[in-house]
Write a protein that binds this ligand. Structure first.
Ligand code: TIU
Length: 218
């Protein structure tokens, strides 16, 4: 069984039952001029994930393993936007530099060019922070016999954490790759990763992508 050096203990996985989850690597969160930057955030903190994620995707695809991408966003009439989310995110649906913010079909809502999904890869459109809430993700994983998830994307303490917690409660074993997840806030990045692996891996495991690439490339 492939095993990766991880915190709090080595992470073992089976190639037939493991998927790579790439969360919300969308232009509006990552591009200069996008929604994230317009809120005063430093997109460089997220953009440092692009290079390691590109290398991981190349190796993962070469190994023939499944990739699932997610995008956070809403129908154009916002009918699927939870009211509390809209109340505390009044910019959602408003015009931004890359189209209406977090609206499906807009340029800013889509995944950055570097990490464009390949033909046949699943793309989950999710209205919440977690990838399981109000999506088909559970059914897709169950149908393909996936029990282990390698989790990457942005942001560490928001959509990555929510998804890992949802996955953990549903019985999935999650490995979060520290160099392939990003937060606008360095402190949240550090503590967010600590929280995953704390207490004997209360939400999962944390590792660096080169250790995983080495295993899947054998
Ligand atoms: N994808 C994701 O994390 N959505 C967010 O809104 N993140 C923030 O950090 N705000």
């Amino acid at each position: 069984m492939p095993t990766v050096d991880a915190q709090p203990s080595p992470f073992g996985f089976d190639r037939d039952s493991t998927a790579l989850l790439v969360i919300d690597m969308q232009r509006d969160f990552l591009l200069p001029g996008g929604f994230g930057e317009s809120l005063g955030n430093d997109v460089a903190q997220l953009r440092r994930t692009i290079e390691p994620l590109t290398a991981l995707l190349t190796a993962w695809r070469a190994a023939g393993l499944p990739v699932i991408h997610t995008r956070e966003g809403h129908d154009s009439d916002l009918s699927d936007c939870p009211p509390a989310k809209l109340a505390r995110g009044p910019m959602i649906g408003q015009p931004g530099h890359f189209g209406r913010i977090l609206i499906r079909g807009e340029y800013g809502h889509d995944i950055i060019d570097e990490l464009r999904p390949a033909d046949g890869e699943v793309v989950i459109d999710k209205p919440g922070k977690g990838a399981f809430y109000s999506t088909d993700l559970s059914e897709i994983l169950e149908k393909s016999g996936i029990t282990h998830l390698v989790v990457t994307g942005v942001t560490t303490e928001v959509c990555v954490h929510t998804t890992v917690r949802e996955a953990n409660d549903r019985g999935y074993e999650c490995l979060v790759l520290a160099d392939c997840v990003g937060s606008y806030f360095p402190e949240f990045q550090r503590v967010g990763l600590q929280m995953i692996a704390a207490q004997g891996g209360i939400f999962g495991w944390v590792a660096e992508s080169p250790a995983l690439i080495k295993e899947i490339s054998r």
